[in-house]
Each structure stands twice: as structure tokens, then as C-alpha cells.
Design a protein around this ligand. Structure first.
Ligand code: URP
Ligand code: ZN
Ligand code: ZN
Length: 471
């Protein structure tokens, strides 16, 4: 099968030009003027953008967390993803306490098999290294294409690890070429603040933010950076929400250290006052780190412009408001932490970032597609438009108006963080490995089409020839 996408504005991290994209089988065959070529399917993209499929490096599908399980499984999460222009993502596989990584990965492959619509990989979330042989097992994971290790420095009593576990993992990563990712908050200090708030009778959702001050994020970010420096591993700080965490990352990057930071869509748009919404509506915005004071939003835009932060993810971790978030009606610490977002990232960053002049179109592609692919060992197979790359492509109409509404979304959750927001720009057609998966508002593939992708080690490229796995 071949597809010719004609006359669109083709945008990569470095270029933007009007041209054609020829797809043969699963890959891009040619880019530029291919007017002599014929194809089984011809898609007219004049007046539209042709973007690389977006890559989301931070999602939580079908994940047990906070006394419940995230509401989007792999299929509904992927539906949300494709209608939001995302064609590949890396999800967190969580090691249970005492569990082997092999068993954890077995669980996560089981959640995916027969259900995926798009391609995906896993980060391993390390929670327990106490069993004999576990460090050696961790060291073997990059051979299976699991090339990033995630550690939670918060969520005491659940996912949080101590500094020894963090540092030992960093040492393994320095040896194996994996990238260490951290959720950087001081979980011990936060635990004290949460207990004090509850003891004083402060149970409302807004106390989620009041017990996680930005300094606890800044402190943990700096600690992780310094420890990574000692261990000699590369570090990626997830979901940066505030100036206090941007600063140590910017400082480290200024020194040329191997440190990267990511923020998420929600931190540009939602501030701490959303948590004060009446009738427990504030619980919809309980995610971690919490929504911050409004000035942080401009600080984040500045940071993504200056490459102090290098990627924008969604941290999609969706729960129902009615039935899951409401578990914390009388105690904010029992509200499952997380929010939906897989479907909204491209629309919002395009409209408010590019449309309102905060970032360029090429920088948007770099932040949403190319950098996540490069940092997580998917590039150049994913994250760009070039001959030989997977034909993961989005035809995006930059002029089409859209109102973001829960009623229209594909995620199974019952609310949307951006309810009623009007944007200009919508996803028209999506291809994953050369197959049209979305067209005319319809999903056109069956669960099982998506593949597991074995990722390259940090700093290495992923080409089809070196990527034998398609499970
Ligand atoms: O609130 C959040 N972010 N939930 C997902 C888990 C995490 O910390 O990323
Ligand atoms: Zn986190
Ligand atoms: Zn997360």
C-alpha cells in the first residue's frame, strides 16, 4: 500500500515547507516534490499542516494507583491519543514491592496485547531493589528495549523510593546507558505537611496544593541532579511545574550536564485557584505536582522557549470524577492523583503556544515529537518526517475551530480539564506506520494494530534494521 499526501505544509523540528510526503508500506519513502509519483491513496493536504505523529513520553494507562485503577486502558487511552495527534507513547510499567521486573513487564504486556491502536514502549518504574539479584535484573532491561528507569521521590508509603534506591539505580543507568527519570518532590516533607493539615481539619482539595509547596519540588529536583552527577548518569525530570524546579535544571544545563526537563500541558493553563472550585469540583485538578500560582505559567513558556525544558508530555493519568476522585470527598489525601490530557496536548499547544506567538511551529514539533523521540530512543524511527522513518503522520487543519468538551472526548473519564476552551486547529487524518487510523472523525483500525517498540539506549538512534521487535 502507498499513500501520497499532497501539498501540505510539512513541519519538522528544523524545517517548514510546502511539499508532498510519499509513504510506501509502513515507512516514509520520499519528502518534497514527488509530483511524478502515483499511490494507492492520495490525500490532499493543501492549507493543512503535515506533522510527525506526536510522541508522549509520560502516560499511565490501566495503572493501579491511589486505591483504584486509572480509567483508561490501552484501547481507550490510544483512542484519546490518536484523536489528539499522538501516534506513539511510553507508559510506566510499575514494579510492585518485591516483584521482579520480568513479572512487572509481563503484567504490562498483558494489559497491552490485543488492545493497542498505536505503538508504545515502557519505562520501568523501580520501587524495590531489596531482593538479591534485582540490580542485575535492572541492568539487563535495556537489552529488552526498556531503556529508561523511573523513580518516584514522593508518594510516601506507596511508590516513593529512598535515596539509596535512587542512587543505586543511577549507578546502574550509568553502566547500561539507560536514562533515569525522576518524579521530583520531597515526599517525606510533604507527608508531614499532609498529616498536619488533616489533623487541623483541613480536608478540602485545595490542601493538595497547600501541602506540596514548590520548594519541595525544587529541593528534590536539585537533589536528583546532584546525585545523577555523582553517579554519572543522564537525568530527565518529569512534570516540572514551577520556577523552583526550572532553576536547578537550567543551571545544570548551562554547565553542560546531561540533564533534561519536561513539563505537561496542564501546567500552562491550570493554576492553584482551580482547586478551590465548589462542590468538590476542585478534585478534578488534583494531580501531582499540583497546579501552581499563575506566574509559573509564563515561567514555563519561557523555559520551553529557551530549551531549559525540552519536552511537553501529558502525564495522562485519568480517573472518573464521579466514583474515583470522590473517594477523597472527606480527605484530600485520598483523592487519586492524576488528570486526563492525551487528547488535548497538540490542540492546546498549537493554539496557545504557536497561535498566540509563544513558540514557533518548528519548536512545537520539537517539544511534542522530536525531542521525546530522541530522548527515549525512538528517533529517527519516530518523531520526524524523513525517508526511512515510520509513516506516523498527522494532517492538521490549523484553521478549524474546535471546542474542547468531555462530551466529545474519547477518554473514558467523565470530565475534561479544559472544558469549554475554544481553539483553532484540529486533527484531520492520522497515519500510524502507513495505515490511516483516523479520518473524517472515525477510527479505522482495530485493537491489536499497535506494536510494542524496543527502544534504543540513551543517545543512540533507533532504525528499523536495529529494531527487530514488533510484538
Ligand atoms: O498526579 C499524577 N501526576 N499522577 C500520576 C503519577 C505521577 O506522579 O506521575
Ligand atoms: Zn509523577
Ligand atoms: Zn505521571
Amino acid at each position: 500500500m502507498s499513500v501520497l499526501i499532497k501539498g501540505g505544509r510539512v513541519v519538522t523540528a528544523s524545517d517548514s515547507f510546502v511539499g508532498d510526503v510519499l509513504v510506501e508500506g509502513e515507512r516514509i519513502a520520499a519528502v518534497g516534490d514527488v509530483s511524478g509519483a502515483s499511490a494507492d491513496t492520495v490525500l490532499d493536504a493543501s492549507g493543512k499542516l503535515v506533522l510527525p505523529g506526536a510522541v508522549d513520553p509520560h502516560t499511565h494507562l490501566d495503572m493501579p494507583f491511589g486505591g483504584t485503577t486509572t480509567i483508561d486502558d490501552v484501547t481507550s487511552g490510544h483512542e484519546a491519543a490518536v484523536f489528539g495527534g499522538t501516534t506513539c507513547h511510553v507508559d510506566f510499567c510499575i514494579q510492585g514491592k518485591g516483584q521482579s521486573f520480568a513479572d512487572a513487564l509481563g503484567d504490562w504486556h498483558g494489559k497491552r496485547e490485543g488492545k493497542a491502536l498505536i505503538d508504545m514502549g515502557y519505562h520501568i518504574a523501580v520501587t524495590d531493589l531489596s531482593t538479591h539479584g534485582r540490580l542485575e535484573e535492572l541492568a539487563s532491561l535495556p537489552e529488552q528495549g526498556i531503556t529508561s528507569y523511573k523513580l518516584f521521590m514522593a508518594y510516601k508509603g506507596a511508590l516513593q523510593v529512598d535515596d539509596e534506591t535512587l542512587f543505586r539505580t543511577m549507578q546502574v543507568a550509568a553502566d547500561t546507558g539507560a536514562l533515569v527519570m525522576v518524579h521530583a518532590e520531597n515526599g517525606d516533607a510533604i507527608d508531614v505537611l499532609v498529616k498536619e493539615a488533616l489533623a487541623a481539619g483541613n480536608t478540602a482539595p485545595v490542601w493538595h496544593a497547600r501541602t506540596r509547596p514548590p520548594e519541595t519540588e525544587g529541593e528534590a529536583t536539585n537533589r536528583a541532579i546532584q546525585l545523577a552527577r555523582v553517579a554519572g548518569c543522564p537525568l530527565y525530570v518529569v512534570h516540572v511545574s514551577c520556577q523552583e524546579a526550572i532553576e536547578p535544571i537550567a543551571l545544570a544545563r548551562g554547565k553542560g550536564w546531561d540533564v533534561w526537563g519536561e513539563t505537561c500541558t496542564q501546567y500552562f493553563f491550570i493554576d492553584e485557584t482551580f482547586l478551590e472550585r465548589p462542590d468538590f469540583e476542585g478534585a478534578k485538578f488534583v494531580y501531582t505536582p499540583p497546579p501552581r500560582a499563575k506566574p509559573n505559567q509564563e515561567a514555563l513558556w519561557r523555559a520551553v522557549r529557551r530549551d531549559e525544558l525540552s519536552a511537553i508530555s501529558t502525564d495522562h493519568c485519568a480517573f472518573l470524577w464521579d466514583g474515583q476522585k470522590t473517594m477523597g470527598r472527606n480527605d484530600f489525601s485520598k483523592i487519586p492523583n492524576g488528570g486526563p490530557g492525551l487528547e488535548n496536548r497538540l490542540h492546546l499547544i498549537h493554539h496557545f503556544g504557536v497561535g498566540e506567538g509563544r513558540i514557533t511551529l518548528t519548536r512545537m514539533v520539537e517539544l511534542l515529537c522530536t525531542n521525546p523521540a530522541k530522548l527515549f530512543g525512538l528517533y529517527p524511527r519516530k518523531g520526524t518526517i524523513a525517508p526511512g522513518s515510520d509513516a506516523d503522520l498527522v494532517i492538521f487543519d490549523p484553521a478549524k475551530p474546535k471546542t474542547i468538551r468531555a462530551a466529545d472526548q474519547h477518554s473514558k473519564t467523565d470530565y475534561n480539564l479544559y472544558e469549554g476552551t475554544n481553539v483553532k486547529g484540529d486533527v484531520e487524518t492520522v497515519l500510524v506506520r502507513g495505515t490511516v487510523v483516523v479520518r473524517d472523525g472515525e477510527l479505522r483500525v482495530e485493537p491489536g494494530y499497535g506494536q510494542f517498540v524496543e527502544r534504543a539506549r540513551f543517545g543512540e538512534e533507533l532504525h528499523r534494521e536495529t529494531a527487530p521487535s514488533a510484538r
